[in-house]
Design a protein around this ligand. Structure first.
Ligand SMILES: *Cc1c(COP(=O)(O)O)cnc(C)c1O
Length: 415
């Protein structure tokens, strides 16, 4: 366990909350598709004195003195990210996924310009044009959808919409979409109308870095990703682009959107990218996908409707209404069993976004703990038992005990 002795001694109040969260993470099952556990090395990098530094600008060109070692750390992060994704240019300073996307729009288009993105309730992200998000307020988004029968993106329909609407930019890459994305087809459509291509691979970046899913970086104009989801790094993001867009992307991040970079976090990104370059990470990504495929199959066997009828990546959206409850009710029941999930809309959801019909399940976190097919089968069995017998308090208690036992058998790496 990391040594928190100064924090404990000086501020027992904050330490108490941290400790309870550590116990919660150790004893409970994390099936939220966007979460993961970092390594101890990544956690340690985040706790270094690099947080004390101001370094507005980029390696070799800073607005403050004393940045020679910060430059070293940031350059390592940049070079490793380039290698991981075959990127021509990388900016590692974005503070998180949403600010990274803000910088991308800022770099390529003007307020009021038309952009094409996937509808939020079909699996898109708030920052892809939702009316309550800056993206939907500043830019003129028009949305494409998944096919209501197959649950998959129909590229012919995307093309029709693109030719009709003539957006300046097309956004692909999602938060709750379980299938491989046809990057090349998006690029072809964008070329027909002279639009920029923007991929947001926040969810699947780790699987792409490992070579287990298709990589948009070689042919899209610009790609953003968070670093804390399947990539298993610290909270943060990066932007990758073609060399010809490097200047405009860097200027959009700083001084356009942000001030000083979070140097301790960027050092932790470098550490995480180093881990992702190792062969073990490829094995990890393979297991994440194998676990998710099995999880989807098990749900289908038990009579659940899995959107798109399976998965190619680390996540799936499961319709709970056939079992007589909403996604939110399922989330609450599973929480009582020590299982964390996130409620989710399903395509053309008849229910409102705060109480949608689905639940999104993901395997990145449990796979980091070392759980494999045998554990996945048990987990789906518990989820189903909890949902089918939701009024039996004793049953839910019993599941919670078994969940805890399994979690203690597979400790998380950062505690
Ligand atoms: C998670 C996510 C983001 C936002 O990342 P934050 O770090 O939470 O701001 C952006 N885009 C997509 C597709 C995501 O899934």
């Amino acid at each position: 366990m990391l040594n928190y002795k100064n924090l404990s001694a000086q501020d027992p109040e904050v330490m108490a909350a941290v400790k309870k969260e550590m116990v919660r993470q150790a004893e409970e099952m994390e099936l939220i598709a966007s979460e993961n556990y970092t390594s101890k090395a990544v956690l340690e990098a985040m706790g270094t004195v690099l947080t004390n530094k101001y370094s507005e600008g980029y390696p070799g060109h800073r607005y403050y003195g004393g940045n020679q070692y910060i430059d070293e750390a940031e350059t390592i992060a940049i070079e490793r990210a380039k290698k991981l994704f075959s990127a021509e240019h990388v900016n590692v300073q974005p503070l998180s996924g949403s600010p990274a996307n803000a910088a991308v729009y800022f770099a390529f288009i003007k307020p009021g310009d038309k952009v094409l993105g996937l509808r939020l309730d079909h699996g898109g992200h708030l920052s892809h044009g939702h009316p309550i998000n800056f993206s939907g307020m500043l830019y003129n988004f028009t949305q494409y959808e998944v096919d209501s029968e197959t649950g998959k993106i129909d590229m012919e329909k995307v093309r029709e919409t693109a030719l009709r609407e003539k957006p300046k930019m097309i956004v692909a890459g999602y938060s709750a979409y379980a299938r491989e994305i046809e990057w090349q087809k998006f690029k072809d459509i964008a070329d027909e109308i002279g639009a920029f291509t923007f991929a947001d691979i926040a969810h699947t970046a780790g699987l792409i870095a490992a070579g287990e899913m298709n990589n948009p970086v070689p042919f899209f104009d610009v790609v953003s990703t968070t670093t804390h989801k399947t990539l298993r790094g610290p909270r943060g993001a990066i932007i990758m682009c073609k060399e010809k867009f490097a200047k405009q992307v860097d200027r959009a991040v700083f001084p356009g959107m942000q001030g000083g970079p979070h140097d301790h976090i960027n050092a932790a990104k470098a550490v995480a990218f180093g881990e992702a370059l190792r062969p073990e990470f490829k094995e990890y990504a393979k297991q994440v996908i194998a676990n998710a495929k099995l999880m989807a199959e098990e749900f289908i066997k038990l009579g659940y409707r899995v959107i798109s009828n399976g998965t190619d990546n680390h996540l799936m959206v499961v319709d709970m209404t056939a079992k007589g409850l909403s996604g939110k009710e399922a989330e609450v029941i599973l929480e009582r069993c020590g299982i964390s999930v996130s409620r989710s809309t399903i395509p053309n959801d008849p229910n409102p976004p705060m109480n949608p019909s689905g639940v999104r399940f993901g395997t990145p976190a449990v796979t980091t703990r070392g759980m494999k097919q045998a554990e996945i089968k048990k987990i789906v069995g518990w989820v189903n038992a909890a949902i089918e017998q939701k009024d039996e308090s004793e049953m839910l208690e019993n599941i919670k005990t078994q969940v805890k036992e399994m979690c203690l058998e597979f400790p998380i790496p950062s505690i």
